[in-house]
Ligand binder design. Structure first.
Ligand SMILES: [Mg+2]
Length: 205
């Protein structure tokens, strides 16, 4: 099997971030957001505007250090290590650049030596943010990625339009339910299915 270049998302792929973020957001701001609201740009999360919601989110992530307390499952750790032993892995996250210390700490603690690079794309950034927002398509094209593993359908479509061969849509989440059969996107409910699909893709290239 050829050594593949695989881009892997961080939140809700390596760790279960959204459930914890929503829980803490509701506790802090007295809202009743649920996971189906994740990534809905037409919702204001009870903050008055989408922009204000992003500011609240940034405050929450900075003050509560939520992302630093999340631990990957044993299944995730062993699957990523297995992939890293055969392929070239890159972490491609929608996180903003200011969260890089948290991202690096996660990788250093649980996935040491597994990733060749870490790319922060600033997907959910406020209009005032000075950090450049890059699409995952753009980043994966630069990396010459063969595969993206991500929980977000729009990132999947983005990379397919930039020449990535396959997307493994990870997990069964409220925000990634789709009845559409999108060529190039294969849903994987767990890491075992990811490993099987990577093996199949590798044998076909
Ligand atoms: Mg994600």
């Amino acid at each position: 099997m050829r050594k593949l270049i695989i881009a892997i998302d961080c939140d809700d792929v390596l760790i279960d971030s959204s459930a914890r973020i929503v829980e803490r957001y509701n506790a802090k701001y007295g809202t009743s957001i649920d996971a189906s609201h994740m990534y809905r740009e037409d919702l204001d999360w009870g903050a008055g505007s989408h922009e204000a919601a992003i500011e609240r989110m940034n405050t929450l992530l900075e003050e509560d250090r939520i992302l630093d307390s999340l631990i990957p499952s044993e299944e995730t750790i062993s699957a990523v290590r297995a992939l890293a032993s055969q392929h070239e892995l890159h972490l491609v996250t929608g996180r903003q650049t200011y969260l890089e210390p948290s991202t690096r700490a996660l990788l250093d603690t649980y996935f040491s030596g597994c990733f060749t690079s870490i790319e922060h794309t600033n997907y959910i950034a406020s209009a005032a943010s000075l950090e450049p927002r890059r699409s995952k398509g753009e980043v994966c094209a630069q990396l010459r990625a063969d595969i993206l593993i991500d929980d977000h359908v729009s990132h999947g479509k983005s990379v397919l339009s930039h020449g990535v061969r396959e997307v493994l849509l990870f997990g069964d989440y409220a925000w990634n339910k789709t009845d559409d059969d999108i060529p190039g996107i294969t849903r994987c409910h767990n890491w075992q299915e990811v490993l099987q699909n990577v093996e199949t893709i590798g044998s076909e290239i």
